[in-house]
Design a protein around this ligand. Structure first.
Ligand code: ADP
Ligand code: MG
Ligand code: MG
Length: 898
């Protein structure tokens, strides 16, 4: 008989931590904590195999499940001395979902299950607390109606607030037992009215309803969105945990809370958390009441007036500290724990690897190595390369004067500037139109995830550091200010009001996620300093681990300096056309394009030459001693054409043409498919003067810089090569220019000439092209376009449909398509190297900064990736991780650092 149910609690467990796949993350942690002898309310886990069976068999359960559940429930009943559904001494349970990967808030938990009109009386008698019993009962009906029956939750909130205002009550704490009893009756009427069926009275029916709802929720829209954003496969399924209830809401000697073994925001090794006296778990997370601090030190630092747990319950606090130490050393990582105190006894309800900011992730990884807990290699694997973006984000210039509108909690670091929007849909709509927005909500819920993703930053007026908004924003790397209680949001009017000042949707604000401050208008920001401290240490470890080099795509001397600061080991792509768009050059460029004959074109090019040369001088100096790959002019010339009447007049004057001639010439240059038109090396072949000028600028700049004893390593790159003969024609031209510059300056510069591989034909002919080319750089943006026959400027909307329907799994312009584009790269690399053993191979394009694509590049053994300057640290870490994963790391040391 297959085993569908695993029991835990009372110092033993049938599962262990390494059974996440079967038991889900939450389940595995409950089993592990039980096994460790920590106080865990007993319960059992229904495995993810049941979820798989459920979806494979028209939403039905495997045979044997029912008996196993009943058997496991018996064990719980024996352990706690209560019986499920018993009229005088009823056992209540929670039904909790738990997928393999933690999906906070995605799946729904039902608490206090097992209550009905009879058992509630039993609970009231046994606890001598009718108020508590009926409060639990109404919470259960509310949750069950929402999660299991799918009814409108607001209707219940309205009934409650109606009752309170009729009685003149301010808060829920004013409600007496009879008030809750009346609420329960009205809730049940509401269920009948909304659903047409009475609320289920039978505890077993309630239990199976809740179990079914957990499995159903695996396929709800929120869960699907979360999985899509986090690349979690649908096939994993969720487990269901059924567990005896413990109550944090039975009086002043009860509490519930959340704690991190280290500060999840800074990574500091201090105990960190929040708790609420006389409350049930949901209250902390939902941000309904603002929680109190765990430690006295944190309370002092925040100057909060309400006492910390350390002060109110010192013994339990000490017990929790012991558990903190044992869980962290057991799991060898920071833990995020949920606990509840029932009448002076501490219970553990969950532990999991704590979500943390990038800053904290780096500090914690480095600290754990120093403490001898993990190895350098493990530390490298602990930090998500993509999350480093957070560290590299700009912060607000400290010198700028701040006029603070309001202050909330510093929930997720980084500065964000954007226009106010009040709904997730609006955030998504405006962001896709290119606008920077700040999502402002009273509080957020899983329905808002798409909007949080689209926003630059998130501001809430309610909730703590572990509220939904705070946790999700940290995970996404969005700056977030949470619980800014002075701000009043009016969704209907589309305004927020603070201290008498009103701002409307669309007005710009700035958030400082590190201080919790909210400022009006757009504040100046400065780039992050990533060259020192723990970040530097981790990067050093990455550098000594990886063999894949990391270069940057940089077009200007200042970009080159930024890239070098981030650790770039050269420039993999310098796009010369960007220099042409500078306002003082564009007229000369246009004159060159408009020229009637070669002589006129040369005159215009002569004017451009010194400008290009000075750019290259700057770049060579910034990258002294490192290779610089310069791509000759690539885009179709008509991209530079004048548009407005003013521009046309200006060009006509400069070129000695009439305005009509300029217009006619522009019309002549129109192409119906410019992406495949007169561009790249084709320009160099038809107008050799252009490439001659560029080559001359490169070599003259190199000679000038070399004269001041700086090592220059120019690499001239030809774009859009399809045939070897194109390459040979242009290589001859470049060599000729190099020779004459050498003659003129007396400086001998060594250089290489290579090509972009961005057309399938070039990839296939790589063996032949490598006879002439010194290097290949795979231009993966264009290679993806030309391999798929897909224009990246037009593809975004239908690619989204493709992704939703699983026709493709990810956007091939973001993550390299291994099977198609990747195959061409492999073919080209193999054929190229067969001809020329020391052929240098790299990729440039968006993929150079994408960790999954970097993994591929490392696997097939290219020499380098090149990416935008801010992605360089991401690529350095991703390259190290790729090589650790492949077991080919330069220095895969496993010994501990003492
Ligand atoms: P989530 O994944 O959203 O954290 P959980 O299953 O952990 O969902 O539960 C939600 C809240 O209910 C948490 O605060 C948790 O501690 C609390 N809770 C869950 N099970 C129990 C239980 N058996 N007794 C008391 N509180 C519980
Ligand atoms: Mg939880
Ligand atoms: Mg290209």
């Amino acid at each position: 008989m297959a085993k569908w149910v695993y029991k835990f609690g009372a110092g033993s467990a049938e599962g262990r931590a390494d059974m996440r796949e079967l038991l889900g993350g939450k389940g595995a942690s409950l089993h592990e904590m039980s096994w460790l002898g920590l106080p865990v309310p007993p319960g059992f886990t229904i495995t993810t195999d049941v979820c798989t069976h459920f979806y494979g068999h028209e939403n039905s359960y495997p045979s044997g499940l029912k008996a196993q559940v009943e058997n496991a429930m018996k064990r719980v009943e024996t352990l706690v001395g209560m019986t499920f559904g018993d009229p005088s001494n009823p056992l209540l349970v929670s039904v909790r979902s738990g997928a393999r990967a933690s999906m906070p808030g995605m799946m729904d938990t039902v608490l206090n299950l097992g209550l009905n009109d009879v058992t509630v009386e039993g609970l009231a008698r046994r606890t001598k607390d009718a108020r508590f019993a009926y409060d639990s009962y109404r919470r259960f009906i509310e949750m069950y109606s929402d999660v299991v029956l799918g009814l409108d939750r607001d209707a219940f909130a309205e009934i409650l607030s109606e009752h309170k205002s009729a009685k003149g009550y301010e808060a829920d704490t004013d409600m007496k037992a009879d008030d809750w009893r009346a609420i329960v009756a009205r809730y049940k009427d509401e269920v009948l009215a909304q659903s047409g069926t009475p609320f289920p009275d039978s505890p077993p029916e309630q239990l199976w309803g809740a179990i079914g709802a957990v499995f159903q929720s695996w396929m709800n829209q929120r869960a699907i969105t979360y999985r899509r954003l986090h690349d979690i496969p649908e096939s994993w399924g969720t487990a269901v945990n059924v567990q005896a209830m413990v109550f944090g809401n039975m009086g002043e000697d009860c509490a519930t809370g959340v704690a991190f073994t280290r500060d999840p925001s800074t990574g500091e090794n201090v105990f960190y958390g929040e708790y609420l006296v006389n409350a049930q778990g949901e209250d902390v997370v939902a941000g309904i009441r603002t929680p109190q601090h765990l430690t006295a030190a944190a309370r002092d630092a925040a100057k909060a007036d309400r006492a910390s747990m350390e002060e109110v319950m010192p013994d339990l606090y000490r017990q929790l500290c012991d558990i903190r130490a044992s869980l962290e050393s057991h799991y060898r990582d920071v833990q995020d724990m949920e606990f509840t105190v029932q009448q002076g006894k501490l219970w553990m309800l969950q532990t999991r690897s704590g979500k943390r900011t990038a800053r904290a992730a780096v500090k914690i990884a480095v600290d754990l190595v120093r403490e001898g807990v993990i190895t350098e290699t493990e530390a490298l694997m602990r930090v998500d390369p993509a999350a480093l973006d957070q560290l590299l984000h700009p912060t607000i210039d400290p010198k700028a004067p701040r006029t603070v509108l309001a202050k909330g909690l510093p929930a997720s670091p980084g500065a964000a500037v954007g226009a106010i929007v009040f709904s997730a849909d609006e955030a998504e709509a405006r962001a896709s139109g290119g606008q920077d927005v700040i999502l402002v909500r009273v509080e957020t819920s899983p329905e808002d995830i798409h909007g949080m993703h689209a926003a630059r930053g998130i501001l809430t007026t309610r909730g703590g550091m572990t509220s939904h908004a705070a946790v999700v924003a940290r995970g996404m790397g969005r700056p977030c200010v949470a619980g800014a209680g002075d701000i009043r949001v009016d969704y209907a009017a589309g305004t927020l009001t603070v201290n008498g000042e009103t701002l409307r949707a669309g007005e710009v604000i700035t958030l400082d996620g590190a201080t919790g401050e909210v400022m009006k208008g757009s504040m100046p920001t400065i780039p992050a300093d990533t060259t020192s401290g723990d970040f530097g240490t981790l990067m050093e470890w990455a550098d000594k681990t990886r063999t894949l080099a990391v270069r940057a795509n940089a077009d200007t001397p200042s970009d080159a300096e930024v890239a070098r600061g981030f650790g770039a080991e050269g420039i993999g792509l310098c796009r010369t056309e960007h220099m042409f768009f500078e306002p003082d050059r564009i007229v000369a460029v246009r004159r060159m394009i408009m020229a009637k004959d070669e002589a006129a074109r040369r005159a215009a090019l002569d004017e451009l030459l010194p400008m290009q040369r000075s750019d290259f001088v700057g770049i060579f100096k910034a990258m002294s001693g490192l290779p610089v790959t310069i791509r000759l002019l690539d885009p179709p010339l008509h991209e530079f054409l004048p548009h407005s009447d003013g521009e046309i007049t200006e060009v006509a004057l400069a070129a000695g043409l009439t305005e009509d001639e300029v217009r006619r010439r522009a019309a002549d240059m129109h192409e119906s498919n410019p992406m495949l038109g007169h561009r790249g090396c084709r320009l160099g072949i038809t107008c050799p003067e252009i490439y001659e000028m560029q080559a001359r600028a490169i070599f003259e700049a190199a000679a000038e810089v070399a004269r001041s004893r700086i090592l220059v390593m120019p690499e001239v790159m030809l774009p859009l090569i399809a045939t070897r003969s194109e390459f040979d024609v242009l290589k001859t031209l470049i060599d000729r220019v190099a020779a004459s510059v050498k003659e003129e300056t007396g400086m001998k510069i060594s250089y290489r000439v290579g090509t972009m591989i961005e057309l399938p034909r070039a990839a296939l002919q790589a063996g032949s092209i490598a006879e002439s080319a010194d290097f290949f750089s795979f231009g993966t943006n264009d290679l993806t376009q030309t391999t798929f026959g897909l224009s990246r400027d037009d593809a975004s909307h239908f690619l989204e449909t493709y992704r939703k329907r699983h026709i493709i799994e990810s956007d091939p312009f973001a993550t390299l398509d291994r099977e198609g584009v990747g195959e061409l790269i492999k073919i080209a690399a193999t054929r190229g190297r067969k001809t020329r053993k020391n052929l240098k191979l790299g990729i440039c394009g968006e993929h150079g900064g994408d960790p999954a694509s970097i993994m591929f590049v490392a696997e097939i053994g290219l020499d380098y990736v090149s990416c935008s300057p801010y992605r360089v640290p991401v690529a350095r870490l991703a390259a190290a991780q790729a090589e650790i994963a492949m077991g080919s790391a330069k220095d895969s040391r496993t010994e501990m650092v003492a």
